[in-house]
Design a protein around this ligand. Sequence first.
Ligand code: AMP
Ligand code: ZN
Length: 146
Amino acid sequence: MKNNCVFCAIAAGEIPSFKVWEDGEFLAYLDINPFSRGHTLVIPKAHYANLAETPEDVLARLAVAVKKTAAKVTGALGIGDFNILQNNGEAAGQTVRHIHFHIVPRIPGGGTAFESGKADMNELADLAAKINAAPNTANNINRAQP
Ligand code: AMP
Ligand code: ZN
């Protein structure tokens, strides 16, 4: 496994994932231990361990990928609200040393905890299919005008 890294293996297609968005440089897929329905991870396909190690130009494009993915996922699920989370280092709860942003959709009354649930893999597959079947306007998001 390249870099001995599970997310590199996902990016290389060596490990399956419930993909919800990608372009040439970035990939987004459902978290298998979700904090909420639609919990998604966004990664660069190249390996950088954390925020500090990620070049600034990559980070700038990654932020746009997070925005597009959040729009696609929340749009497909009809959910307006979400958290973005990004952990750095063991003490901060980082378990996979390949930079990733969490997108955690939130529904009214659903709480705001960052606590993993147990996901049924068939349900995740259905959810990814639903997200991918929805009309996607996320790629039309333009940079904010100054
Ligand atoms: P962090 O604690 O920020 O490092 O988050 C790592 C996340 O990756 C956790 O929420 C895990 O549930 C998730 N995760 C680990 N392996 C996989 C996988 N093979 N597919 C999808 N998500 C994964
Ligand atoms: Zn990696």
